[in-house]
Design a protein around this ligand. Structure first.
Ligand SMILES: Cc1cc2nc3c(=O)[nH]c(=O)nc-3n(C[C@H](O)[C@H](O)[C@H](O)COP(=O)(O)OP(=O)(O)OC[C@H]3O[C@@H](n4cnc5c(N)ncnc54)[C@H](O)[C@@H]3O)c2cc1C
Length: 483
């Protein structure tokens, strides 16, 4: 350990830390997990990243890159070196793209783009705080991904350092792009049939060698350390309109959602009673849930289409920027509201919280959740990106009954996979879901994942145990679970 530290300290231009307070800080993220790392490197430049990887290879330890640490499933936690990329913070805006370094936080990019009347579509509810590296690492998305897609659909080029310490630019590097394409063998039947997916490596998105950079998106720091990326940017729409609709039954909301989706809204989100109770508005007494539906083009035509399709009652029609912002804030606070409403000892750790199913399967999805709640004597808070079939579930039950958590995870994921859904649509696999990937994707696709990992990280030093996983980690390393 000492010689690892002294070797790093000699060569790294940034910072190297081994004190307890640093190791404690980097041992947690926004998940329920905790793993204490050996050392922290805060890289100053690309050379620091390369040197960290080379020294980790020499000492046979691992390197896990961290963005802002807002991940919900422990993806950025590990027991070797944690590499913080916050010093990589430059942004260059061009006509249709932005060149962004990995440590840039989303809020800073948004502000800079706004000055040029542009925006970057993926918008996680965590708002300003997550980093571009973390968003790429998890293939993050948000409410507007319904129309504009996830990170994987909004990136043109990625520069990264692989597990051998080699700098690679994809898809520019034709030799490596061809190698990736050659290695890909797909069992299409086992690829989730959903519009958003953050599980495994997205081999289904590599149609030609020009897509080779997409293998890095969603790879959770297991294939390379992203240094910078070329991101697609869009003009801010001239007008937006947001409808908030209340429903006396979840069934009617789902049925409307399936119909509204055909009108190409820019966002369609669902919240249940827990969130609506926190909103300063007089909803009807029997209101069970709300849909938030936004359009950002052909406003008049879309409004007509929308109104013709809904059975719920419109409680808000908003067109002013500040009103739309205020109501989206209510929706974005759902995780906070859910935590606030559940006593600590009843909060089951985030494990099954991010699945997505084909939208026509939503009625079955809700039935399965009911079945699980009945069987395991739990309750659930539900909200999320319903237009993508992606619902976040917070379970209420006995927090420290870990076997229960594992059994729920097994049964829930099995049902999601049966529906051709994904076990994670945006938050990634991390410690919670990596062991279920083989089941999700089947043997052929999983062998392709292993072959891809070998190309970039033959010694398995980059965030080991995530995505390619030999151990069960779903109920290990829960932080301070004893109450
Ligand atoms: C309240 C709340 C709401 C949220 N809402 C959403 C939402 O709506 N949509 C959504 O998608 N997510 C959401 N999240 C999850 C999380 O915020 C996002 O996944 C976010 O993009 C993670 O960014 P980060 O910088 O915090 O990454 P981290 O947590 O630091 O890292 C995430 C993963 O990316 C990898 N990584 C980080 N930097 C790099 C790099 N330079 N190169 C390669 N890999 C890298 C890490 O190793 C790790 O595997 C939410 C989280 C919270 C707490």
């Amino acid at each position: 350990m000492k010689s690892l530290e002294s070797e790093l300290t000699k060569i790294i231009k940034g910072e190297v830390h081994s004190k307890k307070e640093y190791r404690d800080f980097y041992s947690v993220d926004a998940s329920s997990y905790q793993i204490i790392p050996k050392l922290i490197v805060i890289a100053k430049n690309e050379k620091d990243v390369i040197n960290t990887i080379k020294i980790a290879n020499k000492f046979k330890t691992n390197v896990t890159v961290r963005g802002a640490g807002t991940g919900l499933v422990g993806s950025a936690l590990n027991n070797g070196i944690i590499l913080d990329m916050k010093n990589f913070d430059s942004i260059k805006i061009r006509k249709n793209y932005a060149l962004v370094e990995t440590g840039v936080v989303k809020g800073k990019l948004d502000k800079k783009l706004e000055k040029s009347k542009k925006f970057f579509p993926p918008n996680p509810s965590v708002g300003s705080f997550c980093s571009i590296g973390g968003m790429l690492g998890n293939n993050s998305s948000g409410s507007r991904s319904l129309k504009y897609g996830s990170m994987i659909d909004n990136v043109l080029e990625i520069t990264f350092i692989d597990g051998n310490g080699k700098k690679i630019i994809l898809p520019k590097d034709e030799k490596i792009s061809k190698k990736i394409k050659r290695k890909i063998k797909i069992d299409q039947k086992k690829i989730p049939n959903v519009s958003k997916n953050s599980s495994g490596y997205r081999i289904d998105k590599i149609i030609t060698t020009k897509d080779s950079h997409k293998i890095i998106v969603g790879s959770e720091g297991t294939l390379g350390i992203i240094v910078s990326a070329k991101l697609k940017i869009k003009n801010i729409p001239k007008r937006r309109i947001l409808f908030v609709v209340e429903y006396g039954s979840i069934k009617s909301a789902i049925s409307d959602c399936i119909s509204i989706n055909k009108t190409n809204p820019s966002a369609m989100e669902f919240v249940d009673k827990i969130t609506l109770q926190q909103i300063n508005h007089n909803f009807q007494k029997d209101t069970k849930c709300l849909l938030f539906v936004e359009y950002d083009e052909k406003i008049n035509e879309n409004e007509k289409q929308f109104k013709a399709r809904i059975s719920g009652k419109i409680v808000k029609k908003l067109t002013k920027k500040q009103d739309i912002f205020k109501w989206w804030k209510y929706r974005d606070s759902s995780l906070f509201y859910s935590l606030k409403s559940i006593k600590k000892e009843s909060r089951i750790p985030h494990v099954i919280e991010d699945a997505a199913v084909p939208i026509e399967k939503l009625p079955v999805f809700f039935k399965i959740l009911e079945k699980i709640n009945k069987k395991f004597k739990t309750k659930s808070v539900i909200y999320g990106h319903i237009g993508n079939g992606n619902l976040h579930v917070r379970l209420i039950g006995k927090r420290n009954n870990l076997i229960l958590v594992k059994n729920i995870a097994k049964q829930y994921f099995e049902e999601i996979i049966k529906m051709n859904g994904t076990i994670t649509a945006e938050h990634g696999d991390g410690l919670a879901r990596s062991e279920f990937i083989k089941k999700q994707y089947g043997k052929i696709n999983y062998q392709t994942f292993e072959a891809i990992k070998k190309i970039f990280d033959p010694n398995d030093i980059l965030n080991p145990g995530k995505i390619i996983s030999k151990k069960s980690t779903v109920i290990k390393n829960f932080e301070k679970l004893e109450i």
